[in-house]
Design a protein around this ligand. Sequence first.
Ligand code: THU
Length: 131
Amino acid sequence: MRNSDQTLIEAARQARERAQAIYSKFKVGAALLGGEGKIFTGCNIESSSYGLTLCAERVALFKALSEGERQFVRMVVVADTEALTPPCGACRQVLWDFCGDLDVMMANLKGNSKRTRLSSLFPDPFGRCFL
Ligand code: THU
C-alpha cells in the first residue's frame, strides 16, 4: 500500500469521528485526493428529515468542488464494518459525474482495506453523454 493511501485512510478515519449520525449511529468518513495532492474530507451528516441526509462521500466531493478542485485521483471510504462499506448508489452517480472512473478504496477500523474502481462499482453509468 502506498504511503499516500495510509494518509488518506487516516484522514477519512478522523473525518468519520466528526460524523453527525445520531439517527443511524452509522458513522462514515471519506477522503478525496485532488490532482495536486490536496485532501478533501467528509463525514455523513444526517437530518431529522431523513431524506436530507448527506453521505460522507458527497460531502467530501462538494467541499472539493466548492473550493475549485476539478481533478480527482482517489477516494477512501472508512466505516466500522466487517464487510467493507462501499459508496451508496446516489454517491456512485455523483462521483461518476464529477470524477469519472475514480480509484476507490474502502477501509474499516480493523485495518482491512480493498481497492477498486468506480467503473466496477457503477457499470453502464448514466452521464452527461446522454444529454
Ligand atoms: N452513508 C455514507 O455516508 N456513506 C456510505 O457509503 C453509505 C451510507 C451514511 C448515510 C447515513 O447517514 C448512514 O450512513 C446510514 O445509511
